[in-house]
Design a protein around this ligand. Structure first.
Ligand code: PMV
Length: 325
């Protein structure tokens, strides 16, 4: 019998990039999930089929055999192969595994799709092999898989995909759950511009080396905004939250990670009465988020779509990675 597991996508509400330098960030799991189903194979191969990406192939020892997806197939599937290998090593079983990935999460858009997929895959394969993997172990495995995708990950994506909820996250210090008062009505706008997180992290590093006396204080202010936002979340103060999002976006522009595609969507949302709007994740394209009163959500979605973005209303997800069946 096969096993199905799922894990949520995420948005970074506050503190992306600054988190790479040890500042606190706030991350929230959303109700879009990646699903992985795992089955035992008769042979020793690791076969992976990523349905939405149209990529599939199998690993046999160190060799990769592409079935679909062309040149990017190997690079795209390798992190999942690593996650599966780690689970196999932990089980000490010498078996083959077939994994099918289905995901409703836009790729390379700042929503943590790769970490969600890795967490779902590790969990499904773990259960298939009768392992009781702890959340800490699932986090570690997804973190190592993500290491391959971009160079210096803060660990925020695998943490939220594993644990879910709304978290205050600090690199090397771990996370604390934030008890949010009420709802956080959010719209996500996707510019459709794909980018690599590692490139944007490198942009900030370069700017920070070039102008340390200017950029380093900005990184610290980023951390202060996140801490102030915790208070706003705990008291349900949406107005303060919106203002803090706008300030945070300004800082992200200053460190060099916004672009015209994001600005267009951010200003469209603000023009449609959003309480605040900012880019989310690495920037340079990808997604932005807007906070709006519940009765204004549709109007914000429309405004973002009118300027060429793809927009949807996002709900919070309390559940992190979990077994579906
Ligand atoms: O765009 P994403 O989902 O890859 O998020 C990146 C968040 C950064 O802070 C820019 C990098 C990191 O590892 O935290």
């Amino acid at each position: 019998m096969g096993v199905i597991a799922s894990a949520p996508a995420k948005i970074i509400l506050f503190g992306e990039h600054f988190v790479v330098y040890g500042e606190p960030a706030i991350v929230l799991a959303i109700d879009k999930r990646a699903y992985a189903s795992a089955d035992i194979r008769e042979d020793k191969r690791i076969y992976i089929n990523s349905v939405e990406l149209g990529i599939s192939g199998f690993f046999e020892g160190k060799k990769f055999h592409e079935e679909r997806g062309g040149q990017i197939a190997h690079k795209t599937l390798e992190p999942l192969n690593i996650a599966i290998q780690k689970v196999l090593d932990r089980s000490e079983k010498s078996v083959g595994v077939s994994v099918k990935v289905r995901s409703a999460i836009p790729v390379a858009a700042g929503l943590g799709s790769s970490a969600a997929v890795a967490a779902a895959v590790a969990t499904a394969v773990g259960r298939l092999l009768n392992l009781e993997l702890s959340k800490e172990e699932i986090f570690r495995i997804s973190y190592e898989a993500e290491h391959l995708v971009h160079g210096t990950p803060s660990g925020i994506d695998p943490t939220i995909s594993t644990y879910g909820g709304v978290l205050l996250y600090r690199k090397d210090k771990g996370f604390a759950e934030i008890k949010v008062k009420g709802e956080i009505p959010l719209v996500i706008g996707d510019t459709g511009v794909k980018r690599l997180t590692g490139d944007l992290v490198a942009t900030v590093r370069k700017r920070s080396k070039q102008y340390p006396s200017i950029i380093k204080p900005l990184l610290k202010v980023g951390g202060k905004i996140a801490l102030k936002a915790v208070e706003a979340l705990e008291t349900g103060d949406l107005y303060a939250l919106g203002e803090l999002m706008n300030i945070n976006h300004g800082l992200l522009c200053a460190v060099g990670v916004s672009d015209v595609s994001l600005e267009r969507l951010v200003y469209a949302a603000r023009g449609a009465d959003a309480l605040g709007a900012k880019l989310t994740g690495a920037g340079g394209g990808g997604c932005m988020i807007a906070l709006a009163k519940s009765n204004k959500l549709v109007q914000v979605v429309d405004a973002i779509e009118r300027v060429g973005g793809r927009a949807f209303v996002a709900g919070m997800a309390d559940e992190g990675v979990m077994i579906e069946s």
